[in-house]
Design a protein around this ligand. Structure first.
Ligand code: ATP
Length: 314
């Protein structure tokens, strides 16, 4: 079976069940969330062997993070950092159809990720290494870890995929742009939204940014277009795939489910159009429930959704 490695910060996630400001909310639910572990869990559901690496604090929220990732069948390599707490993410629902995310992650254990946390052979044993721009922005040591991980993957012939995943709370566009561009230009496949691609090359539009990336290492740039679906840009052709119409509850995490759908298709040997189709199904299904990763589908649920039979979300 194909094996994917990913690394990054996973936080405890506190979500309000009440509609309205957290000022008055009393009904809170505890879970976990992090772009890379969301992708890891989604890939595991789609049948791949997945290993996730990250730092957590020596606290009960860190234990919760590790326990939850392991419970999903992902090999969690957690480095326990006694000197910093596990990061926290709060999700507020100002209105039934909107979500606001607040982060308490500055100085967190997850942001203290360091290149020495990468075990020998851990990357080299994978078929694919998935990274996100969040790791590039959470700290200097995490950014360096990303760079070392890419070098090691490339030296071992491991495919490197990168989701730009720009978070304005972590760095301004002017600061983040060059860092994200440096990582993107060294990846084999890059995922991003229109604005994220434009951020890499200020003054260019997304189409020109794709061309610029393809002139470097990437062979594919996959543009996520929300409810409109997605477009894959390759050197010789562009493939478009429309999104699916679903009852949207919360779109946070849709991008991660989408990436997992695309990567699982790639590792199954599917063509670009089939990868995009599966990715759009995974992204759409994730929008139908409040969780960041919980409704990521299995292959059976993808098939059921596609066939339009049964209830696709368990
Ligand atoms: P996030 O960072 O919130 O996880 P993103 O900004 O990276 O998401 P989007 O473009 O919002 O990515 O969504 C990713 C994919 O999820 C889309 O390409 C599409 O397949 C699916 N998707 C997102 N929003 C919707 C929607 N409203 N209806 C149907 N599918 C959607």
């Amino acid at each position: 079976r194909r094996r994917v490695a990913t690394l990054g910060e996973t936080m405890a996630l506190v979500r309000s069940r009440d509609i309205g400001s957290l000022r008055h909310a009393s009904d809170l639910a505890l879970g976990i969330g992090g772009a890379e572990s969301n992708v890891a869990i989604a890939l595991r559901r789609l049948g791949l062997d997945v290993t996730w690496l990250g730092r957590v604090g020596d606290d009960s929220l860190g234990e919760r993070v590790v326990r939850e990732i392991r419970a999903e069948g992902v090999d969690a390599r957690a480095v326990v950092d006694a000197d910093a707490p596990t990061g926290l993410m709060l999700k507020e629902r100002p209105t039934p159809a909107s979500t606001r995310v607040l982060y308490y992650r500055a100085g967190s254990a997850g942001s203290r990720l360091s290149a020495c946390d990468l075990p020998d052979g851990w990357i080299e044993q994978a078929d694919l290494l998935h990274l996100t721009g969040i790791t590039a922005l959470i700290s200097e040591s995490a950014r360096e870890t990303l760079s070392v991980a890419i070098d090691r993957a490339r030296a071992a012939g491991v495919v490197v995929t990168f989701d730009i995943n720009y978070r304005s709370s972590l760095a301004s566009p002017a600061v983040a742009g060059p860092w994200l561009r440096d990582v993107a230009e060294r990846a084999d496949i890059v995922f991003g939204g229109t604005e994220e691609l434009e951020l890499l090359y200020p003054g260019t539009d997304a189409a020109a940014a794709c061309e610029r990336l393809l002139a470097h290492r990437p062979a594919e740039v996959v543009l996520k277009r929300g409810a409109d679906g997605a477009t894959a840009v390759l050197a010789t052709r562009t493939v478009e795939a429309p999104g699916f119409v679903v009852d949207v509850v919360d779109t946070v995490g849709a991008g991660d489910a989408f990436v997992a759908g695309y990567l699982s298709g790639l590792l199954d040997g599917s063509e670009v159009a089939a990868r995009l189709h599966r990715a759009n199904v995974c992204g759409a299904m994730l929008c139908m429930t409040p969780g960041d990763w919980e409704s990521s589908p299995t292959l059976r649920e993808v098939r059921q959704f596609t066939a339009g039979i049964g209830d696709p979300v368990l």
